[in-house]
Ligand binder design. Structure first.
Ligand SMILES: [Zn+2]
Length: 211
C-alpha cells in the first residue's frame, strides 16, 4: 500500500500507547483508570531528555549534575531575560503519566501531560470529587496562563466495550516515574509511598505551572 504522508494509515496499533496533545486545539476526553505516575527530566538538547538524579531519587538531597548546571546558569544570567530563557531549557521538568480510557477513540493509553493538568485534578480531589468516577477533558489552548484547559465532565455510562477497554487501561504498566501521592486510585496505596520529597520539589512543579 502507498503510505503517502498522511497519518491515518491502517496500521496495527502496537507500541504507541502514549497519548499526547501535540498541537494547539488538540483535545482529549478521558476517564482516569489508575494512579498517575510522574518523573522529572532535563532536556539536554532538543531531542534528548535525561532523568534528573535529584528529583527521581527518594533522597531529596541527591546530587544532579544538570540541576547544578541549571542553578549556575540562572545565577550567571542575573536579570538578562535572554540568558534566563536559555538557562530555563535545562530546568528540571515534570511529566505526569495518567493511565486512561480515551473516550474519543475508545482505546486504553497513557496520557502524558503537564503539572498544570495534574494540579487541576488534584484541586477537585481536594474538594472531595471522586476523580476516578467523572470524565475529564483537556484541551491544548496554548493561551498564556492557561496552556492546557482541564474540565471536569459528568460521569459517563460506559458501553460493555468501553468497560473492557477501561479494564485494560487499569492494567497498563506505567513503566516509569514515581506514583503520584495526590491522585491515588486506592487510598491504601498511599501508605506504601515515599514521603513527600520536599519543598524544592514542589517549587519545581510550581515552576512548571507557568508553562
Ligand atoms: Zn536534576
Amino acid at each position: 500500500m502507498e503510505a503517502g504522508f498522511k497519518r491515518d494509515l491502517n496500521l496495527p496499533t502496537t507500541g504507541s500507547k502514549y497519548i499526547k496533545l501535540k498541537s494547539k486545539g488538540d483535545k482529549l476526553k478521558f476517564l482516569i483508570a489508575g494512579t498517575p505516575h510522574y518523573e522529572t527530566k532535563h532536556w539536554v538538547s532538543d531531542r534528548e531528555a535525561i532523568l534528573c538524579d535529584k528529583y527521581n531519587s527518594p533522597d531529596k538531597k541527591a546530587d544532579c549534575d544538570y540541576c547544578s548546571q541549571y542553578a549556575q546558569l540562572i545565577k550567571d544570567a542575573g536579570s538578562d531575560k535572554g540568558l534566563i530563557e536559555e538557562a530555563n531549557k535545562l530546568r528540571p521538568q515534570v511529566t505526569f503519566y495518567y493511565p486512561v480510557l480515551d473516550l474519543t477513540n475508545n482505546v486504553a493509553g497513557v496520557f502524558q501531560t503537564s503539572p498544570s493538568v495534574h494540579w487541576t485534578i488534584v484541586g477537585y480531589s481536594e474538594d472531595d470529587v471522586d476523580v476516578f468516577k467523572c470524565a475529564w477533558s483537556v484541551t491544548r489552548t496554548e493561551e498564556p496562563g492557561k496552556y492546557y484547559e482541564t474540565r471536569r465532565l459528568d460521569p459517563v455510562k460506559l458501553t460493555p466495550e468501553q468497560e473492557e477497554v477501561l479494564a485494560t487501561a487499569k492494567t497498563l504498566n506505567l513503566e516509569r516515574g514515581k506514583q503520584s501521592e495526590s491522585v491515588v486510585a486506592d487510598k491504601e496505596e498511599a501508605s506504601t509511598e515515599n514521603p513527600k520529597s520536599g519543598d524544592d520539589f514542589i517549587a519545581g512543579l510550581e515552576a512548571d505551572k507557568k508553562e
